[in-house]
Design a protein around this ligand. Structure first.
Ligand code: MTE
Ligand code: CO
Length: 423
């Protein structure tokens, strides 16, 4: 072992001892001195048998993890009909979101639609209008892709000032799953497209009462859009659009139509509610940006963060978070501990994947002083995530949607963290 490694190992052990003393003082563990009964005494789990294999035919997380759940912000959830909840990103690691705790957004409640009752119509400017059953869809060649789905309203409450206290609430309208489905282009080809597809659009709608209709330019429809029926290997949950939803990689979550029932090929966009009065951004001069489909590069430190405070003393600290871009792959994430004055390049757990979450880590030797913690994402188009100030300069204060600014957590000496703004 090199001297350098030895000394860092000693520093680590010292940090560990300090943390144990801290816990003992809080009364959560036994005496800091003397033998540890967890080591010296025979425990129930080692002397009795555990549960049999049939106890949980379909499993839930162990009870100790019962706080890793979706949560609401009360004033954002009017009722169970138009509702939103948030992924506990502060408590997850890696990049894949388990369906069981992935955020949900419904405009008219989650409907129950059996596979036998499922129909998908393709009509409009096609050679032969077609209706597919679920069983029909299963007979086309499938693909698997990991993509993030981010609601355009994610971080929308933070425009005017730091508001919600937790990464789950500021950035939790996002999930990242492995989707299995049939490319939309395959189904469009089956129906027969016009010889000239340039300038054509598809209008997609769901089977729920809101229908959530959206226009998508044909270029995107023929590129990477998926008609998906599995997520993370299993059927979509009812709330995510069972049995079939649209996956529109990199583009705002609202376009990911759930309970997909119809795709109409058209000469132009419909200008539906969801793409005019909603999901557009009103600027300072009163005009609005529209067709802002791709979700620009963004990142957030998930730990430490307000719901994931530091629970140990000075010494080794793992800073981690998520980064993503609707325009491509994440190439780099920088982390600042002083509110953006100095930046250190973080480590990407894996090379960035297009339109999928990236996990980053920065291991530091925390000196126990307070930090203004930020992360800044870059993607393979060269785009750099803006500060809140830079974003406001361009977009003003009237926006709700498409807020991809740099987030700041004020981490105190105690390890507790709070949502703040720096200027
Ligand atoms: N599709 C239908 N049919 N109805 C809806 O209410 N909500 C949209 C979109 N697709 C919606 C829909 C919105 S705003 C978002 S952000 C995503 O679905 C959320 O998908 P999720 O509930 O699987 O997280
Ligand atoms: Co949404």
């Amino acid at each position: 072992m090199s001297d350098e490694l030895k000394s860092s190992r000693r520093a680590f052990l010292k940090g560990g001892a300090a943390a144990t003393a801290g816990i003992a003082a809080a009364g959560a563990a036994g005496a800091a001195e003397g033998p540890d009964p967890l080591i010296t005494e025979l425990q129930d789990w080692a002397s009795l048998t555990g549960d049999g294999v049939d106890a949980t035919p379909y499993g839930l997380p162990i009870e100790f993890e019962s706080d890793v759940i979706r949560r609401n912000v009360e004033w954002l959830t009017a009722d169970t009909i138009s509702s939103i909840n948030f992924t506990p990103i502060h408590a997850l690691d890696g990049t894949i979101t388990p369906q069981g705790c992935a955020f949900e957004r419904h405009h008219s409640g989650a409907i129950e639609l059996a596979k036998e009752d499922y129909r998908l119509m393709i009509n409009g400017l096609v050679d032969t209008p077609l209706v597919f059953t679920y069983a029909d869809l299963e007979r086309f060649p499938r693909e698997n892709h990991v993509y993030f789905c981010e609601c355009a309203a994610n971080t929308g409450m933070e425009w005017a000032g730091a508001q919600l206290n937790g990464a789950q609430f500021t950035h939790g309208m996002i999930h990242n799953m492995e989707y299995t489905g049939v490319p939309l282009r395959t189904l469009l080809a089956e129906a027969g497209l016009p010889a000239e597809t340039a300038g054509k659009w598809v209008y997609v709608e769901g089977a729920d009462a809101s229908s959530n209709g959206r226009s998508i330019p044909m270029e995107k429809a023929l590129d990477d859009v998926l008609v998906a029926f599995k997520a993370n290997g299993e059927a979509l949950r009812k709330e995510h659009g069972y049995p079939v939803r649209l996956v529109v990689p990199g583009w705002e979550g609202n376009m990911w139509v759930k309970w997909l029932r119809r795709v109409e090929v058209m000469d132009g966009p419909v200008e539906s509610r969801e793409e005019t009065s909603k999901y557009t951004d009103t600027l300072e001069d009163g005009t609005s940006r529209k067709w802002t489909w791709a979700m620009d590069a963004k990142s957030v430190v998930t730990s430490p963060s307000p719901q994931a405070p530091i629970t140990h003393g000075p010494g080794p600290l793992v800073i981690t978070g998520l980064a993503w871009s609707g325009n491509g792959a994440i190439t780099r994430v920088d982390v600042s501990t002083d509110g953006g004055m100095n930046w250190t390049q973080a480590r990407l757990a894996q090379p960035g994947q297009k339109m999928a979450l990236s996990r980053f880590y920065l291991e530091i030797d925390w000196d126990g002083s307070e930090m203004l913690l930020q992360s800044r994402a870059m993607d393979d188009t060269g785009y750099v995530q803006p500060t809140k100030e830079q974003l406001r300069e361009v977009r003003g204060l009237n926006s709700i949607y498409h807020n991809n600014c740099i987030q700041t957590w004020w981490v105190r000496e105690t390890g507790e963290a709070e949502n703040v703004e720096v200027s």
